[in-house]
Design a protein around this ligand. Structure first.
Ligand SMILES: NC(=O)c1ccc[n+]([C@@H]2O[C@H](COP(=O)([O-])OP(=O)(O)OC[C@H]3O[C@@H](n4cnc5c(N)ncnc54)[C@H](O)[C@@H]3O)[C@@H](O)[C@H]2O)c1
Length: 268
């Protein structure tokens, strides 16, 4: 199929997921603009690298000019001090949305996280419109980032897709990943769908492979974005014990949830 993606900005392009997204979009994009605080080597003619912090709204406005979509990955991506998370994940997302509005970019794809609902128990099948139950401060900031996306969609008509990413890995490396794995191929599939889906106002969808043991509903991704994942972590099930205590109960966030995970970040 002939898919044109136009000019696409990727924030956080130098991180773990960025290179996979970059590779997966490059062929069908007119141009990629790669924003990160880390140094990136752009491909001649096809890419531009912009060394900028998402705290710098003016730099984002400049980088976003003429873009058709922004894929926003840059973040603090695990539990951390609340103020740092607020700056990077909430104020940073606000800057991205506001810069997109000012630069006239029609669509923003926010990388949210499964951890916005990480405190639901593992036996609960979660739909994206159920109330958030974040498993830590990181999840709280992703809830706020999604809410900012909804605000910009409702107020300004910005098209916003929040992808609640599972566990992005080449292949599952722990028992929990049998439920939460997002393969690189499905990651690219979800991002491409989030950029190209028609008639988007605000969509929040889980981005997880079609794992038989997943906790999350995929029907919104299919109906609103037109993407059905192709991989399934079940093919790796033999690598992990069937009787792992993880399956006995507890929060979907696993070791990311609970007092031991949060207490170190509560300060004095
Ligand atoms: N990796 C996963 O399994 C996973 C799961 C759920 C959600 N996510 C989300 O996906 C996105 C990408 O995750 P990742 O694993 O690639 O993260 P990562 O930590 O590997 O990469 C993040 C990138 O963002 C950049 N960055 C951080 N703060 C910045 C700032 N203030 N300004 C500009 N650049 C900044 C970093 O330099 C880095 O290159 C994040 O939003 C994360 O919350 C990831």
């Amino acid at each position: 199929m002939d898919v044109k993606l136009g000019r696409v900005v990727i924030t956080g392009a130098a991180g773990r997921i960025g290179p996979t997204v970059r590779e997966g979009l490059r062929e069908d994009a007119d141009h990629l603009v790669l924003v990160d605080t880390a140094d990136i080597q752009p491909e001649d003619g096809a890419e531009t690298a912009v060394e900028a912090d998402i705290g710098d709204r003016a730099a984002l406005c400049e980088a976003f000019r003429g873009a058709d979509a922004v894929v926003h990955l840059a973040a603090i991506t695990d539990e951390a001090g609340f103020d740092d998370l607020l700056d990077a994940n909430v104020r940073g997302t606000l800057n991205v949305l506001e810069a997109a509005r000012r630069a006239g970019v029609p669509r923003v794809v926010l990388f949210s996280s499964n951890r916005v609902t990480g405190n639901y128990p593992i036996h609960h099948h979660v739909f994206p419109d159920e109330p958030p139950r974040p498993d830590g401060f990181y999840g709280v900031t992703k809830v706020a980032a999604e809410a900012l996306g909804q605000l910009y969609a409702d107020t300004f008509g910005l098209e916003v897709v929040a992808l609640r990413v599972g566990s992005f890995e080449e292949q599952p490396t722990e028992t929990r990943h049998l439920a939460t794995w997002l393969s690189p191929r499905d990651c690219v599939g979800f991002v491409r769908a989030a950029i190209t889906a028609p008639n988007v106002n605000f969509v929040a969808a889980y981005a997880v492979s079609g794992n038989a043991r997943r906790f999350w509903d995929l029907s919104v991704g299919e109906s609103e974005l037109g993407y059905r994942p192709v991989d399934d972590a079940s093919v790796y099930a033999g690598d992990f014990p069937d009787d792992d205590p993880f399956w006995h109960g507890g929060p979907q966030g696993g070791d990311f949830a609970g007092p031991e995970a949060l207490l170190p970040h509560l300060g004095e």
